[in-house]
Write a protein that binds this ligand. Structure first.
Ligand SMILES: [Zn+2]
Length: 642
């Protein structure tokens, strides 16, 4: 991390120009015409103000090249001629690794075999090659997708593979033989399935004539290297185009992928014989923020497809849906309409998935109030899957408008569904970073809904976590700066000591995590600099740190919050007073929360007629008001001192 200069690593892929202390270029992660991709050599990080992608040198090569962590480290080590010492694996691991290599080798062998059967044998040419040509596949396409042919023989492949030295055990583990010991694929045209880096990991075989004997397609069985839910057909061919277009087309079949590719639409994948899974969606998200689903307009198919799409929303991708004209699939349609016609059609008919669903359901429920109730339930399920609060409320407004129902009702119902959704998540699946993030979003959302409550509207400072965020901003930016003539130094010590008794009251779990981690490091005598958090292993923390350290400072917003604002000095010389104010604001906010709760308790007790308890809480109320006075007067004093 010390040696790898972000500007050099990024510079190998992006044309960077100097601007002030930073470098700027066209973002490699989203499509843009004016540069918003910033590289800061002093902070050793990059950040795109267009799409939000951010990180250090390691993140960059992972993200850009699709490497995993060790691969990225090896790449950087290579670039900087650093000798890597990889831990010596034990004999068992080495053996397992060797066997995996052999499985890849036998799959490669099988692929070469199927290709040569297609091109070099009479049976292959007559049955296989003719089939592809009739479908309209050009020679170049057949080559680039590595299509092949499995002959009508019981053990054609097994025989050849044995001659080449592969064992039955390896063939079995590669999914190439049946339980009865024969070739798995017979008398079919063959589609190799590649992993992201372009290695063959499985096959799909298709019958050349539709017959009642056996299914049209068969896929390799799952093996240790072929896990269906993690694979998207066509991704290795499509990833660059998906990134360039910031959009990924999703189709149902292998031949759809190949036909669209041949027609010039290269950003296309298929979920290959399974319903779309979260793993597959995450794969797409590595390359694009939008997904356009292409479906035939058969009503049963549409409904089934829409259930799967709620999953995509959860992963925070933009989902659009385009229904093809009746009787067409992507393959037939692109052949008929050509590239330009196809693109025009998608532009005209592509609709946002949620609005699409609303309209579709509305049409079904026309004139039937009972159906409309079911419809709202259904829609609320979908809305609850949008993790981003702002996006969610935008859709709620739009849908309420379409359905002509009160927006508040839709907010409340969605909120309920979201609670239920989170509850199920917590029970079902182990918590991961994503679900923790959803929970944070959920809190924000809850507070947004609460804002409609008039009682809280009177106290605007309760409504967000801005005070907490500001503390974290100051902590990460200036935590390692000294406070001269004080035993509470550096600044982080002053902040942490001041907030020691209220860290638990932080509403935001990520902020809390950062505070705790900072505290630990400080206690170990290792106060971290800003670069510690901007290169943090937890991506969520890292992104937050970059966000806070690269955004222009957020003072301006205090005016909206009706807080006393002091004369502004530059933050770099003003960090102590900044911290002092931020701590006061947070304390005030928490105090306001307590006052709020206490008022609710008093009202409750009054309704119950419990006077004794009520008096205790009234006294508490007076104390709390006094505390509030103390804090606000400190603000005033500060103003005077300045
Ligand atoms: Zn970008």
């Amino acid at each position: 991390m010390e040696r790898a200069r972000v500007e050099e690593v990024v510079g190998d892929f992006v044309n960077l120009k100097r601007r002030g202390t930073n470098l700027i270029g066209l973002c490699p992660f989203h499509h843009e015409k004016t540069p918003s991709f910033n590289v800061s050599p002093t902070k050793n990080i990059y950040k795109c103000f267009g799409c939000g992608k951010a990180g250090g040198a390691i993140n960059f090569v992972m993200e850009h090249e699709g490497y995993d962590y060790p691969e990225a480290i090896r790449y950087l080590a290579g670039k900087y001629s650093i000798q890597l010492e990889e831990t010596q694996a034990d004999a068992e691991t080495i053996q397992a690794e060797r066997e995996r290599e052999t499985i890849y080798k036998v799959l490669e062998f099988a692929w070469q075999y199927y290709k040569s059967q297609l091109h070099d044998t009479e049976e292959g040419q007559v049955a296989g090659l003719n089939y592809f040509i009739e479908r309209g596949f050009r020679t170049k396409t057949i080559e680039s997708f590595g299509l092949g042919y499995a002959p009508d023989k019981a053990d054609g492949l097994i025989h050849e593979a044995k001659k080449a030295g592969f064992t039955l055990d390896i063939l079995q583990r590669a999914g190439l033989i049946t339980q009865h010991g024969g070739d798995f694929f017979r008398h079919r045209v063959m589609f190799p399935i590649f992993n992201i880096s372009g290695k063959v990991i499985a096959f799909a075989g298709r019958q050349m004539v539709n017959s009642k004997r056996g299914p049209k397609y068969i896929n390799s069985p799952e093996t240790e290297i072929y896990v269906k839910r993690k694979v998207l057909y066509g991704l290795s061919h499509a990833k660059k185009a998906i990134r360039d277009n910031d959009n990924c087309f999703l189709v149902e079949g292998y031949t759809d992928v190949i036909s669209l590719h041949q027609a010039g639409i290269e950003n296309v994948v298929a979920s290959s014989g399974t319903a779309l899974t979260p793993d597959q969606i995450r794969l797409i998200r590595r390359y694009a923020g939008r997904i356009t689903v292409l479906y035939d307009s058969d009503p049963a198919g549409i409904k089934a497809a829409m259930r799967g799409l709620d999953l995509i929303l959860e992963e925070n991708l933009d989902v659009r849906l385009a229904l093809l004209p009746e009787g067409e699939d992507p393959d037939s349609f692109v052949k008929k309409s050509g590239l330009a016609g196809f693109q025009d059609y998608i532009r005209e008919h592509g609709k946002d998935f949620i609005l699409f669903k609303t309209q579709l359901l509305l049409k079904e429920a026309a004139g039937d109030p009972m159906r409309k109730t079911t419809l709202v339930k259904d829609l609320v399920e979908t809305l609850a899957h949008i993790p981003e609060a702002i996006k969610r409320s935008a859709f709620i407004t739009e849908c309420a408008h379409l359905m002509k129902i009160d927006e508040h009702i839709l907010v409340r119902e969605t909120n309920k569904a979201y609670d239920e959704f989170l509850r199920q998540k917590r029970q079902g699946i182990p918590r991961d970073v994503d679900s923790a993030e959803r929970e944070i979003q959920h809190q924000v959302f809850n507070q947004e809904t609460k804002q409609t409550d008039a009682r809280i509207q009177a106290l605007p400072n309760l409504a967000d976590q801005f005070q907490e965020r500001d503390i974290i901003r100051i902590l990460l930016s200036y935590g390692d700066k000294p406070i001269p003539d004080s035993n509470l130094t550096p600044l982080s010590r002053y902040i942490l000591v001041s907030l020691l008794d209220i860290i638990d009251e932080f509403q935001n779990e990520t902020y809390k995590k950062i505070m705790r981690e900072y505290q630990d490091l400080l206690e170990q005598g290792k106060p971290p600099g800003p670069e510690y958090f901007t290169h943090h292993a937890n991506k969520e923390i890292q992104n937050l740190a970059i966000e806070l350290l690269t955004s222009p400072n957020e003072y301006a917003r205090w005016e909206e919050h009706d807080m006393p604002l002091q004369i502004q000095l530059h933050p770099d010389i003003n960090y102590k007073k900044d911290a002092f104010d931020a701590i006061l604001r947070l304390k005030l906010k928490i105090l306001m929360g307590h006052i709020e709760n206490n008022i609710a308790v008093i009202n409750q007790l009054q309704a119950e007629g419990n006077e004794n308890e009520m008096i205790i809480h009234m006294r508490m109320h007076a104390d709390l008001l006094q505390l509030r006075e103390q804090i606000t007067s400190q603000f005033k004093n500060v103003v005077l001192r300045v």
